[in-house]
Design a protein around this ligand. Structure first.
Ligand code: PNS
Length: 164
């Protein structure tokens, strides 16, 4: 039988409800969806790769066909290693398109067998990014409802204060 295994790669620093929305959508179409966390510790992310994996595992526990993994190096190499030919990415707005197009075409050049598929997250999360979540939280603003509860708890714990 023909089964579809897809990779949903990203930094997930931290996971947002926009990411979760995309995972839920992707999991409906792929038989197996591997959420792949980029191991980019040299870029000094807010959360370690281990913490990001834990947050994803906690938040996707209920979705049966989703697994969480980490990767280093080229995404297409990881996809090959996993036996996956589909890469899933979200596009929120036109501004995402240029960067996503570059990555998709570079990945296609590196590995023509791997196809990038784009999905659009729920419009209520179309302005949500990990970068803005960190900025707003650090400046004392509320990110409640934009990240899953376990991520909010970790943000609070990291900052050593009660989040609004
Ligand atoms: O969530 P992000 O930070 O937008 O995700 C970017 C990611 C992880 C998908 C991208 O940086 C990536 O695939 N990195 C691995 C290196 C790679 O394969 N580069 C060549 C293709 S552009």
């Amino acid at each position: 039988m023909h089964t579809v295994k897809a990779i949903y790669p990203g930094s997930f620093d931290p996971l947002t409800n926009g990411h979760l929305d995309l995972i839920a959508r992707g999991a409906q179409f792929a038989d197996e969806l591997v959420v792949a966390v980029l191991d980019n510790e040299e870029k000094h992310p807010l959360f370690s790769v281990g913490e990001r994996v834990e947050m994803l595992r906690e938040a996707t526990r209920e979705v049966g066909n989703v697994t969480i993994a980490t990767f280093e190096g080229l995404l297409v190499d990881f996809a090959k290693q996993q036996g996956a030919r589909m890469v899933l990415r979200g596009i929120r707005a036109i501004s995402d398109y240029e960067y996503e197009l570059q990555m998709a075409l570079m990945n296609r050049r590196l590995s023509p067998d791997v196809e990038t598929v784009f999905m659009i997250p729920a419009e209520k999360y179309s302005y949500v990014s990990s970068r803005l979540i960190k900025q707003v939280f650090n400046l004392g603003g509320s990110v409640d409802g934009l990240v899953p509860p376990n991520v909010l708890e970790r943000l609070k714990a990291r900052a050593g204060r009660a989040a609004k």
